[in-house]
Design a protein around this ligand. Structure first.
Ligand SMILES: Cc1cc2nc3c(=O)[nH]c(=O)nc-3n(C[C@H](O)[C@H](O)[C@H](O)COP(=O)(O)OP(=O)(O)OC[C@H]3O[C@@H](n4cnc5c(N)ncnc54)[C@H](O)[C@@H]3O)c2cc1C
Length: 250
């Protein structure tokens, strides 16, 4: 970690529990980051710098500011949500290899649970910026659409790159009328109810196209999805995973 603090320059409330911080004044090592890498963040408290917590850099690697998109869960993330522009922070990184070489795959399947979308947002923002040709299916599971964010940006991306998005809204009962969510201007954004089951995935994943599968979400969701993917013939060992599990630095 560098000795000089960086600075929060912008704060965007993505939804009730998710906030993005834009950070400037970081170490030049971050200019060599890859899409989907993460940093560790310390904030200033009454008794000095906090412990460091990991967060994915949710913007594209070519973006001039660092952006982190943080869900309020416990003490630290609740304090993060009250930061304002000008707040000093310490950032270290970039770390992580989750999406390393993701661009080498012709057909990519991204499966995200909740805020586990952040590494994929970074990759998609990069792919959009460079007009990548890779074919992508994003399956994003949330309890309801109000827990999602960046919805308009993602919709627009389906016009810029070969991207199809499945919003899996788990609180909607099986058989619910999901057509009410659809927007005919964006036919590549579709909505599915219930859990992220083998049936849902078989319906949307082109299994004949040898998908490279990337998964990021809470551990129980990951375990369930891996079992369902195995049931449709995807080798669990081939799935690339990032877990956001953070038990603290104690
Ligand atoms: C590589 C990596 C990348 C990450 N990227 C992001 C990101 O982009 N955005 C983001 O919001 N978070 C991300 N996280 C998770 C984030 O670091 C933690 O949620 C945060 O540090 C928790 O701090 P806290 O003090 O607020 O919560 P704690 O006090 O540590 O936890 C509060 C409560 O939430 C539970 N909890 C903690 N973390 C999780 C979790 N991930 N899922 C479910 N329950 C949890 C705890 O068991 C506890 O009950 C990432 C973690 C890792 C390891």
């Amino acid at each position: 970690m560098g000795n000089d603090p960086a600075k929060v320059v912008k704060v965007i409330k993505e939804n009730r529990d998710i906030t993005s911080l834009y950070i400037e004044g970081y170490d030049e090592a971050f200019t060599r980051r890859r899409a989907g890498s993460f940093l560790t963040l310390k904030i200033m408290q009454d008794d000095g710098w906090s412990e460091a917590h990991p967060f994915t850099i949710s913007c594209a690697p070519e973006d001039p500011q660092l952006r982190v998109t943080i869900k309020r869960l416990g003490e630290f993330t609740t304090r993060v949500h009250s930061l304002e522009p000008g707040a000093p922070v310490m950032v270290a990184g970039p770390y992580g290899l989750f999406c390393k070489d993701i661009d080498a795959n012709e057909y990519i399947v991204m499966i995200a649970g909740g805020v586990g979308i952040t590494p994929f947002l970074s990759v998609l923002r990069h792919f959009r910026n460079i007009r990548a040709k890779n074919r992508i299916l994003l399956i994003w599971s949330n309890k309801g659409l109000e827990e999602a964010f960046a919805l308009d940006e993602l919709k627009a991306m389906t016009k810029d790159i070969p991207l199809k998005i499945v919003h899996n809204l788990s609180r909607e009962p099986e058989g619910a009328d999901m057509a009410r969510y659809a927007d005919e201007a964006f036919p590549d954004v579709v909505y599915e109810s219930g859990r992220c089951t083998r049936h849902l995935m078989k319906k949307h994943i082109d299994l004949s196209a040898k998908p490279a599968v990337y998964l990021c979400g809470p551990p129980p969701m990951q375990d369930f999805v891996i079992g369902e993917l195995e049931a449709i013939g995807i080798d669990p060992k081939s799935i690339k995973k990032e877990s956001f599990t953070w038990k603290g630095a104690k």
